[in-house]
Design a protein around this ligand. Structure first.
Ligand SMILES: O=C(O)CCC(=O)C(=O)O
Length: 250
């Protein structure tokens, strides 16, 4: 599939791009019904680390599902569907490797903030060349926690991160400033819209205090030229999970 060169220019300049109506609302509904099926049929037999909850006592408060491709062929197949791989390859100008698909949910009323962060801080790549295709699955706006990107921040290097108290987002940019806020754009979306965001772009989202759910599926792709220090990344992941377990968060 041929993509428009304007798309790449926008992505390179801003660090994110919106592909309005990339999927139809029926295709977004199919993803939603597969997430429902995953929760009902796969999650009960899956490792505890598959789901994070806003309130561990409330099974309806899932805020994150991860490792879905390993657990379910539908989500594994999604990476290669809808020309997603071609899109990611076009934007990163490289072959790409699909990674962990994750469901990012902000349940109505209780969905917590997404702290400002750069995904590349977690990815630990050299060079830090990766992106997320963030597929909107609901009508999303300022009230239910839309994505907010700091335009062009991917070109200004890795910012310092410190521990955040938000489960699932262990680290946040520690010197997030008014200058960042001035460059920030709040992005509304409809089901089927897809954002591509670079691993170095700063992004965040507000809490969801509305009566509507705010959900999206994130598909991560690493550029083939980006190399990962697997040992360091695994050690870091283990420490995080041990800490969350100790604090009774998972
Ligand atoms: O959905 C969110 O609030 C955050 C998602 C995110 O940080 C990401 O896709 O990199």
């Amino acid at each position: 599939m041929a993509f428009n060169s304007r798309l790449k220019e926008d992505f390179d300049r801003d660090g994110f791009v919106l592909l309005k109506g990339y999927l139809s609302s029926a295709e977004a509904a199919e993803i939603n019904s597969n997430i429902d099926r995953f929760i009902e049929e796969v999650l009960p037999g899956a490792p505890d680390t598959t789901a994070f909850y806003e309130d561990i006592e409330d099974p309806s408060s899932i805020k994150r599902l991860q490792n879905m491709a390993e657990l379910d062929p539908y989500f594994d197949g999604l990476f290669g569907s809808y020309n997603f791989t071609e899109l990611a390859g076009f934007l990163l100008a490289d072959d790409v490797l699909p990674k962990n698909p994750q469901w990012f949910n902000k349940p109505a009323r209780v969905g917590e903030v997404t702290p400002p962060h750069q995904d590349g801080f977690y990815f630990m790549l050299e060079p830090n060349e990766a992106l997320t295709l963030w597929i909107a699955l609901d009508d999303i706006d300022e009230e239910n926690g839309c994505m907010r990107y700091v335009r062009g921040s991917h070109r200004r290097g890795m910012r310092p991160h410190r521990l955040s108290n938000v489960l699932g987002f262990s680290q946040g940019v520690s010197d997030f400033s008014d200058e960042d806020l001035a460059q920030e754009v709040a992005m509304r979306a409809s089901p089927g819209d897809v954002f591509a965001h670079h691993s170095m772009v700063i992004h965040r989202a507000d809490a969801n205090r509305s009566d509507r759910r705010r959900a999206a599926l994130g598909l991560v792709y690493f550029a083939a030229r980006a190399k990962k220090d697997e040992e360091k990344a695994e050690q870091y992941r283990k420490e995080l999970f041990a800490r969350w377990e100790k604090e009774g968060k998972i």
